[in-house]
Design a protein around this ligand. Structure first.
Ligand code: NAD
Length: 720
């Protein structure tokens, strides 16, 4: 086994080079002082890839203090990558570390090489030795460094070449051009940009972003370094540049593509010492070393971004400071994190609160946290003991289209913030169960990282999807799930699927054509509905509740109801609740129209909908999941007026209940006002829909509690 010494082995490029040498069968001795220019933790993580590999050993030592002659014994090749990088830091008081680690350390190594039998030494020089010369930069271009860093790299390079010339030492220098890829230093642009993109923060651009660089993928730089050891002539320098020029703004556009995230740029003043452009003429390396870069900027950035995403997941897991509750705590093993994306209406929030309320009241109680994107969460009454983490709200504006509720923030920025909050909640709370409402991948895939974190790092956490039975036309759901890879996600990302419905009414396994493996995960829970246990005072006269749920598109229903009252007077008091999301102009029109009817009360916003519904003698409502479930649970006569679009969900639900004789239904094509005028007197005269309530399972929250109970029990056994 031939032996190579790599100085700076814990650094970005050094760790890749050592890995490659080991692959090629070399014995590698690494040396690094783990300087604190950036976190030594990161350097240790780089080393962790190497430690334990056969043939690898390393020494934590400073080149200027180590016994280099002893270290060089038996070494055939030396790769000298240790140094103090960074243009910015080289101005001012830190210059001494550039002098020390770049020039003095190199000089000491060169002296040691004089009395060694080393056959080749490759020095890691830099494009910074050129400064602002004409492009492309060739080895014949003048060297006019534009930063103190460049000056020290050039001085060290000169030292290498003059030791080669004076003492016949086999030393070759390679000049790297802005190297990137996995493990890139945290002070370098792409790592910083990817970090900011991941955290939804602004990208800080020094200058106007027009500065151009010849970016080189780390694998290509390593390849060129090895070829220089094999073929490079002594006292020669070789450019190793990716071969194309890209501005910072162009590179950011690529980062946006590969991360699927939108960048928000903040421009600050340009950096002293930053040259406008670099571009390598690497023809000498091509002809004399046989080197050619293989990895395009786009491909390299994909690899870089993938690595960085994995890093952030791992560091989140390392950052879990919250100890588990002590053994005697009855909530041990009973933590549930609920996710409710809440991008339209009130349905998700209401369903999750019904579940949370029950879980908190079970004996022994679960500990429950709720992640909700609902803009009304703050004013909505929350069950006691529920911890709520608000996600910045987004609003659904069309099929698969969303926008931020805060106009100063882009959708991409909000999504990134939400992703980070979700990951942090998982890492801090370490739930035993992560119960996701309705959207398996979360809003626009915002849960994918979270599910991955759980899969890789949180083996004790069980993932559960809670889905309402009817989502849309089955064929529409199936093709959307195919397109979005939801079937695969359900296979790999979820332990259990809770169907919030009744199998004999709507079979989700059949409707969505779930595979046998997925079907085995499904548990039917019955409908989830909040029920009231306390008695209600009797009404003095019949009461009709007209509710449009969240109210986003409820205008038609309320307007139709008021018109019906004009066609046919009814002997009842009516309460109209438009809902918190009804557009302001609709609200005003309805309020004025309602004021013309003395028997009509108009309540723009209430959190007491369940109570009102339980008081009512007749409910006129759209056919959203929660309202319908509460109507069924309270066994109220109801007239359902489903919306027609964008989903067929309400129409399917209302039609089903109409066919079962559990509600009267006015379909979207019918003349709403006259149909209501027809139905209202009969409904108020005591006529009831004809169906049997007893066939419907409505105790969904209890069933959910039982299933979660079973899950924590089995997971506790497995973890033991
Ligand atoms: P890095 O900082 O990640 O690695 C350098 C390593 O050298 C560090 O781990 C540091 O602890 C170690 N070191 C510093 N002084 C030392 C000393 N006195 N004794 C022992 N170890 C010491 O940097 P990098 O980006 O991997 O760069 C490696 C080399 O390539 C550097 O010499 C740098 O100047 C040169 N270079 C890098 C780039 C680039 O784009 N990354 C471009 C041109 C040149």
């Amino acid at each position: 086994m031939k032996k190579a010494l790599v100085t700076g082995v814990a650094g970005f490029i050094g760790s890749h080079l050592a890995e490659r040498l080991l692959l090629e069968g070399w014995e590698v001795l690494g040396l690094d002082c783990l300087s604190d220019y950036y976190s030594p933790q990161i350097k240790r993580a780089n080393l962790a890839q190497l430690i334990g590999q056969p043939g690898f050993s390393w020494l934590e030592a400073d080149l200027l203090q180590a016994d280099l002659s002893a270290l060089l014994e038996g070494v055939e090749w030396v790769f000298h990558l240790a140094g103090q990088p960074g243009v910015r830091g080289s101005w001012g008081s830190e210059f001494h570390s550039y002098l020390r680690n770049n020039i003095q350390a190199t000089q000491k190594l060169l002296e040691a090489l004089r009395s060694s039998s080393v056959q080749k030494c490759v020095y890691a020089s830099s494009s910074s030795v050129y400064g602002r010369v004409a492009l492309p930069m060739s080895e014949h271009s003048p060297t006019q460094p534009y930063s103190p860093y460049g000056v020290t790299k050039l001085a060290a390079e000169h030292l290498c070449l003059l030791y080669a010339q004076n003492y016949g030492l086999p030393i070759t220098a390679v000049r790297y051009f802005t190297v990137f890829g996995p493990r890139q230093r945290p002070d370098m642009a792409f790592t910083r940009f990817l970090g900011a993109l991941g955290a939804g923060q602004e990208l800080n651009i020094l200058g106007d972003g027009s500065q151009a660089r010849d970016f080189t993928y780390v694998g290509d730089a390593v390849e060129g370094t090895l070829l220089a050891a094999h073929q490079g002539a002594a006292a020669e320098v070789y450019n190793l540049g990716g071969g194309s020029q890209t501005t910072l703004l162009e590179a950011i556009a690529i980062l946006e593509r590969v991360t699927n995230k939108q960048a928000h740029l903040r421009f600050t003043s340009a950096q002293q010492g930053d040259v406008n452009a670099t571009l390598a003429d690497s023809s000498k390396a091509q002809t004399q070393l046989g080197w050619k870069p293989h990895t395009s900027l786009e491909k390299g950035l994909e690899l870089h971004a993938e690595w960085q995403a994995r890093q952030s997941l791992q560091s989140l897991q390392r950052l879990t400071p919250n100890p588990r509750p002590p053994l005697g705590d009855s909530r041990r093993g009973r933590r549930v994190l609920l996710y409710s994306h809440d991008t339209f209406g009130l349905g998700h929030l209401r369903r999750n609160l019904a579940i949370a309320e029950h879980l908190l009241q079970r004996d022994p109680p679960f500990s429950v946290q709720l992640l909700t994107g609902s803009p009304v969460a703050e004013s909505w009454p929350m069950p006691r003991g529920l911890k709520v983490q608000a996600l910045p709200p987004v609003v659904k504006v069309g099929a698969e289209a969303y926008t931020s509720l805060d106009p100063s923030l882009s959708f991409a920025a909000v999504k990134a913030q939400r992703e980070t909050l979700i990951l942090n909640a998982l890492a801090d709370y370490e739930p035993d169960i992560f119960l996701v409402d309705h959207a398996p991948a979360g809003m626009k895939g915002e849960l994918l990282d979270a599910l991955e974190l759980i899969r890789r790092q949180m083996p004790a956490t069980r993932t559960v999807l809670g889905m309402r039975d009817i989502i849309d036309r089955p064929e529409t759901v199936r093709s959307l799930w195919q397109e979005q890879g939801i079937y695969g996600l359900l296979e790999t990302g979820y332990d259990q699927i809770l169907a919030y419905g009744n199998r004999h009414l709507f079979d989700v396994v059949k409707a969505y054509q779930l595979s046998p493996a997925l079907a085995a995960k499904v548990r039917y829970c019955g409908y989830i509905a909040r029920t009231l246990s306390e008695p209600l005072e009797p009404n003095l006269q019949p009461l009709v509740l007209v509710t449009a749920g969240g109210g986003g598109d409820g205008y038609v229903l309320l307007e139709g109801y008021l018109q019906a009252l004009e066609q046919r007077a009814v002997a009842a008091h009516s309460i109209l609740v438009p809902g918190p999301f009804m557009p302001e102009e609709n609200l005003r029109v309805l309020e004025q129209a309602a004021a013309r009817h003395p028997q009509v009360e108009f309540i723009p916003y209430t959190t007491e909908l369940t109570r009102l519904l339980n008081r009512a003698d007749l409910v006129v409502a759209m056919a959203g999941y929660n309202t319908t479930a509460e109507i069924l649970a309270a066994r109220k006569p109801a007239i359902l007026v489903p919306r027609a679009a964008p989903r067929a969900e309400q129409r399917l639900r209302a039609t089903l209940l109409g066919e079962l004789g559990l509600a009267w239904v006015v379909q979207p094509e019918e003349d709403l006002a006259s149909r209501l005028a027809e139905l209202l007197p009969a409904a108020l005269a005591g006529a009831r829909p004809t169906g049997g309530w007893n066939t419907i399972e409505l105790g969904g929250v209890h069933r959910v509690g039982e299933v979660l109970e079973e899950l924590v029990h089995t997971s506790a056994v497995e973890v033991l």
